[in-house]
Write a protein that binds this ligand. Structure first.
Ligand code: EPZ
Length: 439
């Protein structure tokens, strides 16, 4: 799949210059069998790439997923005059000759994680000018905790129209308590603090595996970080960070999506390159639904099952049930007998997929920060819209089990976060094509 082409298509459609857009079309009802290999974690990658600019030498990262978010970050690196080489799953970033240049191009809006350049560039230059980040709309997504951390370190922040300016004479380590264990704020403050003077303590820090992965890269670069994976992260600032080599952890959300796909449409599917401990909450729920699974090293074997039991889900910060898997799991819950309930505690408006699933025959009621799924309902093909990345995944799963043809529009959302999803599914026996339609 050529992500560049799809991104290009999206850009021209977005500007209204051409009224064509792309769909993923799925002919449902084919049973899946075989193996699928999980790519490097998107939500680690999108922080590791900005983290690399803190180095004064080349950083090589392996296991980079082929997703359009990576392409947008590579554009931003080039704008900063970093040397960037992308070769399959490898990216080499050489920031030796980079310059302190404002990041104000459209590439910033392509993803939310462009905000990691705030922490990284503030750490490096004590100054950064950057447009507001973009990303999926999941309801309000404030970044006040990131700013609270930067300000505590000594930065002054102003915003003119859609551009932020963050500046500090110097960054001085301090104690920062996060009112919510935010993934983005924990990483961003860590990025700024690794080159601050003295000791920074982040209390009520988030513990997601992607944060540990970023801390591991920074540590290899020479940072002094303790306590990642716990509530309290301590960082001793250093003057110099150097080049290194790092391999990204497998994507637990992509892995979880494929476990759900296998449960929904598979006979016997082996999901490879997984860290099962990262998926304990999902694995427990799938077992509660009656799915048979075996963990064999870093592979999980899933056996399809016709009679599924309903379950209740409450999304929580890690290691609780991941909000990013709530949407894909909802599709599977439409196939369970009885009523299931989903309660969202992270993104209270993350329910747009429910309306789309209802167009395919599901019976889902959405209330305040929760949904009720009345199963079991057969699904039928329809034209539906990927309103955000994980909604897209939920619709792909629905398309695989629906009778007839499902067309999913706004596929650029899916391409932002799933590496070659069509190809991986076709290898398992799915019938999927892509083509353009008139908007
Ligand atoms: C990360 O988003 C992920 N994105 C999200 O993945 C994921 O859903 C989320 O963590 C939760 O696990 C990336 O890693 C790029 P948060 P992030 O800061 O960092 C509130 C996907 O589909 N909050 O932990 O933005 C916020 O409103 C995506 O891959 C504040 O109030 O998540 C939300 O309710 C989408 N103020 C909650 O915290 C802040 O300053 C979670 O946000 C920051 C956050």
């Amino acid at each position: 799949m050529c992500i560049k082409f799809y991104t290009f298509l999206y850009i021209i459609c977005e500007k209204g210059k051409r009224l064509m857009s792309e769909v993923i079309a799925i002919e449902g009802g084919y049973k899946l069998n075989g193996s699928v290999r999980i790519s490097g974690a998107k939500n680690a990658t999108v922080a590791l790439i900005p983290a690399a600019v803190l180095s004064d030498g080349p950083v090589e990262i392996l296991g980079v997923p082929e997703i359009s978010d990576v392409e947008a970050l590579a554009i931003l690196l080039k704008e900063l005059k970093c040397e960037v080489e992308v070769d399959g799953e490898r990216i080499r970033i050489d920031p030796t000759h980079m310059e302190d240049i404002p990041l104000i191009s459209d590439a910033v809006n392509k993803l939310r994680a462009s905000y990691y350049f705030m922490g990284a560039l503030l750490g490096k230059y004590k100054r950064v000018k950057i447009k507001m980040p973009g990303g999926c709309y999941l309801g309000p997504r404030p970044i006040d905790l990131h700013f609270k951390g930067f300000e505590a370190l000594g930065a002054k922040i102003s915003c003119v129209e859609d551009t932020y300016l963050l500046e500090a004479d110097e960054l001085i380590g301090t104690s920062i308590y996060l009112d919510f264990a935010s993934v983005g704020a924990t990483i961003n403050i860590m990025l700024a603090a690794v080159r601050a003077k003295g000791k920074t303590v982040i209390e009520n820090a988030a513990k997601e595996p992607e944060i540990i992965d970023v801390a591991n890269l920074l540590t290899k670069m020479g940072a002094k970080i303790r306590g990642v994976g716990t509530d309290t992260i301590t960082i001793e600032g250093v003057d110099y960070l150097g080049g290194t080599f790092h391999e990204i952890i497998p994507d637990r959300i992509e892995a979880g999506t494929f476990l759900i796909i296998a449960a929904a449409a598979g006979e016997k599917v082996i999901v490879q390159n997984v860290i099962p401990q990262h998926l304990e909450a999902l694995i427990s729920k799938l077992k509660e639904m009656g799915i048979k699974m075996e963990v064999v090293g870093d592979n999980i074997v899933v056996y399809g099952h016709d009679e599924l039991k309903s379950v209740d889900i409450k999304t929580q910060i890690y290691p609780g049930f991941a909000t990013d898997l709530q949407q894909p799991l909802t599709t599977l819950l439409t196939q369970a007998q009885g009523e299931s309930h989903v309660k969202e505690t992270i993104y209270v408006e993350r329910f747009k997929h429910c309306g789309e699933l209802n167009k395919m025959g599901a019976h889902i009621e959405v209330g305040e920060a929760q949904s009720t799924i009345h199963g079991q309902t057969p699904l039928h093909g329809a034209r539906v819209e990927a309103t955000d990345l994980r909604c897209g995944a939920a619709l792909v799963i629905a398309g695989l089990i629906a009778e007839g043809k499902t067309e999913i529009t706004n596929v650029y959302h899916i391409d932002r976060g799933y590496d070659n999803i069509d190809h991986k599914l076709i290898t398992l026996g799915a019938h999927i094509t892509r083509y353009e339609i008139e908007d």
